[in-house]
Design a protein around this ligand. Structure first.
Ligand code: PEP
Ligand code: MN
Length: 312
């Protein structure tokens, strides 16, 4: 295709994956980070409990929703700009370097910048584009026009993978290439009883077709806290399936009192469960790295069969 050379996110032939560092944290198609935190900020106390727990586990990244796009307009919509100062101050207090935070309108980018300014930049922010805004091209251009913050782009839950990757291209074309692509499941009744049909099988496809690091969101994919007869929660099993394929980031809902979380209470892990989750994921990550070494051994000595696949 004639525009292939202009592509920033999709991989034209011979392109190398995009690597960037933000707040001393490296992001690439080889890196690995866990962003556990509140789906929605509810109280200062639960932000503090969560951040204290993350710090005790050596985690420096989190998720904190201030602007919540909800299916019904009668449910909690997030505290918005009013919670930003204490969220940022507490992040600074507990050594949290990056907060993934959804924005639903470009005015919120300025609100985040203002609150960071006001609090003396105690932390960094990764702007999240939610699945409901996956093709909101104006918003994509807005997060693309600024380079203060990297962008976590969540795939659209009702569009093709290619359409989502091309939507992420809008961000890059506007000027910001620091994008992480997040798989979070797609909406179809065939996914039941999970909240969404888990789409982590697309992880190697996104890595092959694009330059972006790939995140997985097991919480919004699975949407419940049920476990298999082996007593391992579906969220753990499904997160592990992404990590074993080389996921670069995990976005995870946790809450100090999951039953009383204002948003998505059915899927938040308790803070007591989080250390177990981390230990499990580190085990799987180690196995993934061993798999890549095994693969290097084999590909060095054998002919590997592969097909061409291009989207544009
Ligand atoms: C979220 O991560 O809080 C969220 C709303 O996710 P999604 O946009 O994937 O539904
Ligand atoms: Mn949620």
């Amino acid at each position: 295709m004639t525009f292939a050379k202009q592509l920033r996110v999709l991989k034209p032939a011979c392109a190398v994956p995009h690597t960037f560092t933000y707040q001393e944290q490296l992001f690439s198609q080889d890196s690995f980070a866990i962003f556990a935190g509140l789906c929605a900020v509810d109280t200062r106390a639960s932000v503090e409990k969560t951040m204290r727990c993350l710090a005790s586990l050596g985690l420096t990244c989190t998720r904190m929703g201030a602007y919540k796009p909800r299916t019904t307009p009668y449910e909690f919509q997030g505290h918005g700009a009013s919670c930003l100062p204490y969220v940022f101050e507490l992040a600074g207090k507990y050594g949290i370097k990056i907060i993934a935070m959804e924005v639903t309108h470009d005015r919120q980018i300025a609100e985040i910048q203002q609150a960071l300014e006001q609090t003396g930049h105690p932390t960094g922010v990764m702007l999240q584009i939610g699945t409901r805004n996956a093709q909101n091209y104006e918003l994509l251009n807005s997060v693309g026009k600024q380079t203060d913050f990297p962008v976590l782009y969540k795939r659209g839950f009702g569009i093709t993978l290619e359409e989502s990757v091309l939507a992420a291209e809008y961000i890059a074309k506007s000027g910001n290439q620091n994008i992480i692509f997040c798989l979070r499941g797609v909406k179809t009744l065939l996914g039941q009883p999970h909240r969404n049909l888990v789409d982590f099988a697309h992880l190697p496809v996104v890595k092959r077709q694009s330059k972006m690091p790939v995140c997985i969101d097991p919480s919004h994919s699975v949407g419940n806290l049920l476990s298999a007869p082996d007593k391992i929660l579906d969220i753990f099993h499904i997160a592990a399936s992404g990590v074993i394929m080389g996921a670069n980031m995990i976005l995870l809902d946790v809450h100090p009192d999951p039953k009383h979380a204002c948003v998505d209470s059915e899927q938040a892990l308790s803070l007591e469960t989080l250390p177990w989750f981390i230990e499990d994921m580190m085990l799987v990550r180690e196995t993934y790295l061993k798999r890549t070494r095994l693969n290097q051994l084999h590909t060095a000595t054998k002919h590997v069969q592969t097909n061409e696949e291009t989207w544009v």
